[in-house]
Design a protein around this ligand. Sequence first.
Ligand code: FEC
Length: 319
Amino acid sequence: MNVLLMAYGTPYTPEEIAPYYTDIRRGRRPTEELLKELAERYEAIGKSPLNEITLVQAMRLQALLNLEAPPYPKRLQSPFGPRAPHGPARVYVGTKHWLPSIGEAVAAMHEDGVRRAVALVAAPHYSLRSVAEYQEKVEAALKSLPEPIEFLWVESYEAHPGLIAAYARRLEEAIWRLKDPRRAAYVFTAHSIPVAAVERGDPYPRQVEKTAELIAKRLSLPRYFVAYQSAGRTPEPWLGPDINELLRRLGEEGFAEAVVQAVGFPADHLEVFYDLDLEAQATAEAVGLRLLRARSLNADLDYIEVLKDLVEAAWLRSS
Ligand code: FEC
């Protein structure tokens, strides 16, 4: 069983910020002002741990897939006991905007003789501006190979019960730190996308709302809100409400405490450490709101179990 696990990627060094940002902008180099601003955000958080977390996720997923016999249908089981009929699992990592790139990962898979694999992104919601772009990069990589690789795509998993339970567990930990949980506001965030994508029928906001609704239901939250964060530095309109705008409103409405949970990103990275822990925190402080953040899933085993389940289900569907 083979897996291509993908994530956004982050620069390893300050010198890599310019080519990384250029790749995000589809080859258009950002202005010096934009570059300076992004470099300052990385400097303010010290370092984004996204690449390390992605690699650990992949290692743990591979270990888990190899450790436990998946529930294969009878016809695929070995008469000598429950054993993976497709050989040991291998998980390859490709990042959308940095290294190892998706192209490198797909080429390595081909070189290793992989002709069929599950493809999934470490982000639970489908968007034309996220998963569809990962798919484009895989398609482009396939064009340069002499034989195709068949990819079995997991496009989204916004309502996976294990994912909802994992998010709820971490939100509950934050709730324990509240002075008055019944009077607090609970805010779920995901990365904003341009409104133009939503107008083209992007299911993203519906999926984000579904995740929020299921977590809120599981914890019987008295009230919750969905907000978007980290809108791009472009003139077009981006999906809102923006987290900062919502926090200001909550402060004005007299809320004393709020918990934010970033459900659009499983891992910690720049936009969690800067946009939530520094920027949103400053906004909340300015309106007298005590803001807590639920910790991320990162490479914790409950999240890796979710990835394992998705991989096995995709593989079995195609067997
Ligand atoms: O280095 C780090 O730790 C940050 C990694 C990072 C993650 C991430 C996730 C998502 N993005 C999504 C959509 C967009 C769209 C644009 C865009 C721009 C940026 C910029 C940086 C950046 N994103 Fe990102 N995003 C991360 C980092 N993102 C840096 C450029 C500076 C800026 O605008 O802030 C606009 C592109 C354009 O200009 O055309 C759209 C979505 C996700 C969640 C799904 C995923 O993880 O793939 C959606 C992590």
